[in-house]
Design a binder for this molecule. Structure first.
Ligand code: SF4
Length: 300
């Protein structure tokens, strides 16, 4: 397991600074991911969580370096496999607060399959996607959320593909908490993350997190002109149809906030009887040492 060492923080109530990792982010100056990292640190402090109670899992990409910048257990996994690893970790120790992070290419392209199935299984974890609508780490190619006609290194004459809508996708796949944030509105984002972590089941937040180096179409100014908080529009989070309709709006107005929040569906862990007796990680294994060694020997 990679990531920073766990700080032995004794203070009764931690602050956002206590969730700062030992390594400083190597993101470009002005990258939207800074706002997401800060919002996540603030949310964990506000919730009264401790670093040893949290696991942050990521895939590959600029934003997927986040676990290294966050003081908690961390795991930097394979490209697109964030949710598969996070699901395994949550089932192994459901006492942990599991937060999966990554980018749009990692989560909706390479990891699109896992996005679908983690949503329909309603795994009790929080998934934060730093959506910059481009592949940043590989220096600027179209991603699943890039807008049509966008010119990039891989589409010099403009992309002919339409973008995936992460919000409607998550709703259709059965996610029980679906939200959209903007790293330029960190307080609202932080409140959203707190709600997501408290939610029982799969909580997904797609965050506009501009790549200031490679995406000059969807920059901070583009979103600042358009984003409108759902809460200012009297949106009912329990209204599935309204959530879908608001999620489809992409014009002079683009909504941020919690589109849908359902409590009628049990999480995967709640339906798994074997987990009722407590986290698997703190229970004795059901195998003898010889049996375990035998299995390992067969697998090697
Ligand atoms: Fe952020 Fe883009 Fe720089 Fe990557 S390349 S760190 S996404 S600004």
């Amino acid at each position: 397991m990679a990531g920073v060492a766990i700080e032995a923080v004794e203070a009764e109530r931690l602050t956002a600074k206590d969730f700062k990792g030992k390594v400083d982010p190597d993101w470009c100056k002005g990258c939207g991911d800074f706002g997401v990292l800060n919002a996540l640190q603030r949310a964990c402090a506000e919730l009264g969580l401790k670093p040893h109670e949290i696991l942050v899992v990521s895939g590959i990409g600029c934003s997927s370096n986040l676990p290294g910048y966050f003081n908690a257990y961390g795991m930097h996994t394979l490209h697109g496999r964030t949710l598969a690893v996070a699901t395994g970790a949550k089932l192994a120790n459901h006492a942990l607060t599991v937060i999966a992070t990554g980018g749009d290419g990692d989560g909706f392209g390479i990891g699109g399959n896992h996005f679908t199935h983690t949503a329909r299984r309603n795994v009790d974890l929080t998934y934060i996607v730093m959506d910059n609508q481009i592949y940043g780490l590989t220096t600027g190619q179209v991603s699943p959320t890039s807008m049509r006609k966008m010119r990039t290194k891989s589409t010099p004459f403009g992309s002919v593909e339409g973008p995936l809508n992460p919000i409607t996708s998550a709703i259709m796949n059965g996610a029980t908490f679906v939200a959209r944030g903007f790293s330029g509105d960190p307080k609202y984002l932080s409140d959203m993350i707190m709600r997501a972590i408290r939610h029982r089941g799969f909580a997904f937040i797609d965050v506009f997190s501009p790549c200031v180096t490679f995406n000059h179409d969807n920059d901070f100014a583009f979103f600042k002109e358009r984003v409108k908080r759902l809460d200012d529009d009297g949106h009912d989070r329990s209204d599935w149809k309204a959530a879908c309709e608001k999620a489809m709006v992409w014009d002079d107005v683009i909504y941020t906030g919690v589109f849908l929040e359902r409590t009628d569906e049990p999480s995967l862990g709640e339906q798994e009887p074997v987990l009722a007796a407590g986290p698997l990680s703190s229970r004795p294994p059901g195998l003898t040492k010889e049996q375990a060694n035998g299995i390992i020997a067969r697998m090697m």
